[in-house]
Ligand binder design. Sequence first.
Ligand SMILES: O=C(O)CCC(=O)C(=O)O
Ligand SMILES: [Fe+2]
Length: 270
Amino acid sequence: MTSREDEAAGEIRATGFAWVRLEPSEADLLRSALAGGRAFFALPESVKAQHVSEDMNHGYRPMGQEYSVSAERPDLNECFALWSDRSDMVPGADRLGQLLQAWAAYRAVLDALVKGVVTCLARHFGGACAPAFRRASYLQMNNYCAAPAQRDLLQDLHEDGHLVTVHYASGPGLEVRLDGRIQPLEAAAESVLLMPGSVMTGLTSGAIRPLYHQVRDLAVPDRVSLMYFVNPSLDKPVHPWSHEPDTSVDLRDAIRSRPLAFGLPHVPDL
Ligand SMILES: O=C(O)CCC(=O)C(=O)O
Ligand SMILES: [Fe+2]
């Protein structure tokens, strides 16, 4: 474990979230991942539509399907998603080589970071080790559009429903709920934000609460965000961390079905 990961785990326990500063080489990989995503979103709608999967879980997802609270208020962004290393699930992947390679390289950075931080947390709470997570986790980039006059939020208040989200945004707008108060979170330079979700709450038997957040429309031009949504793999039971494991609790059904609350399909069994 590096001290960076140890510190982040401690911050999550103390404050409910953590900033992690990227090394310069890691920040370069983040920039390439963002550039690949921006180039994709700049393509004509008819080209982007060639990269929509039948279940809308892989590749491009036009704005309108995904929501944070209710289907009448969709998130005001389009998305691109890559589950695990399964670029083969993205229709037309052979035409997206640069984007997918850049994302694989950035994901390798985040895999190591998440593994370190989650291992520290698991040990603290009495778990033997962190669960495997790559196969049930995905990178998603959001590209926001201008909000209509009646919407002041680009995404309504929600928690992501995963174990942890590694978040980066190109501009301000993210607000979090801390001690019942909504407050903007100023991004630290070249840093990513670690936000626990309700799967973390399940694994820690309630000790770490999900971080609720929303995105305010501050009219930031070309705002994008890139998230790594991390779920424990679903091939083995997922029991809460504890010195005396309670094997009667298996969090997998909750993990699998959580995306339905956002208008999305189940977490795929890859
Ligand atoms: O765009 C952002 O800053 C956050 C996006 C987000 O919370 C999400 O997609 O779940
Ligand atoms: Fe979110």
